[in-house]
Write a protein that binds this ligand. Sequence first.
Ligand code: S3P
Length: 436
Amino acid sequence: MPGSALTGRIRVPGDKSISHRSLMFGALAVGRTTARGLLEGEDVMATAAALRAMGATIEREGDGTWNIDGVGVGALLQPETALDMGNSGTSTRLLMGLVASHPLTATFTGDASLSKRPMGRVIDPLSQMGAQFTPSPGGRLPLTMRGASPAVPIEYRLPVASAQVKSAVLLAGLNTPGITRVIEPVPTRDHTERMLQGFGAQLTVEETGGERIIEIAGQAELRAQDITVPGDPSSAAFFAVAALLVPGSDLVIENVGLNPTRAALFTVLRQMGGQIDEIDLRDVGGEPVADLRVRQSRLHGIKVDPALGPAMIDEFPVLFVAASLAEGRTITTGLDELRVKESDRLAAMAAALGAAGAKVEEREDGLVVTGTGGDPLAGTADEPVVTHLDHRIAMSMAVAGLASRNGVEVDDTAPIATSFPNFTALLQHAREAAPA
Ligand code: S3P
């Protein structure tokens, strides 16, 4: 669907990471937590359903506010049936952390994509804390686990840069006597730390020599909170890249979360020559938020600093699209983690962009993309590109379609509903809006 410019003002849905955590921490708090702006995507709904199955009351009011009546730390109940995690790695790994220090048995199942993803990275530390696991071969779902009571506090140095693993250990630590300590050699998104502090947990973060040491005191009480969820920078990313690429675009994306552990895509796009202005930088519920004005720009390729990787880990698929239209080469490295996301995102994007006419070389830990210098891609001719049940591949290739002569056809748009249910409607709205 090549063609018209993106203009006017849009607002993307709430942050997925913060939405999952709002429900989980609310479910463990004493009293009623409210969440406004919660993402109502399938992944977050999978978290809600699992928490309900373990005793929390979670309801949506007519005005879109979510009410969560918590059970208190340590009081989750035995679920009666398997917990269906759908496509959501965050639901699975964080809930495994919660279950690990409760005296209950839970079975986790997921779709074909989630059932391929490695769970050993959370099974290892949670086993050290005393939980017991019966996973499918390769440490995968379906998996049954038995939580420990009491669990044993550990000190755990993260072997991979993963906020999900960090969070799983900290959440297990919530109901573990004593101090649970996580050492993070490379900083990853810190919503768990910020939000648990907001809920009154005794959690400290110390930074020494580039490492972060996070400690949580167990068996404390969480206090219910009123949460406003900022817009998801990972969803805004698709619109930012689309507006940079489609001629004549000048788009304002309102209410975008700009937590420094999340916002590196915008830094990289600016380094490539993208005009992205922050308007009215403010604080929403302890997170920095701004409106972003994005204007079509001539982009040039760069070598992306691998140190920025964790702060834009979900944004590489759409960065590769931007790189395909830039002048010269964009080189990315250090991205092994992309191979274990909802799909192998290096292989999936190399194949999809290649099929749409981009020049892409796949390396073990990154892609090298040689851009067209602004000329549109050809687009797909006969065969749709394969999205492998990965919402971000589908949305990235939709953006590539806007910057192509013939458009891009994707095989399956259904996974978009996991994180961004109104993506297509919002895109249509931005392309039909009167210029700002
Ligand atoms: C997330 C952490 C990241 C990210 C995912 C959400 C989170 O995963 O890719 O979309 O909410 O903690 P990893 O921890 O596996 O990097």
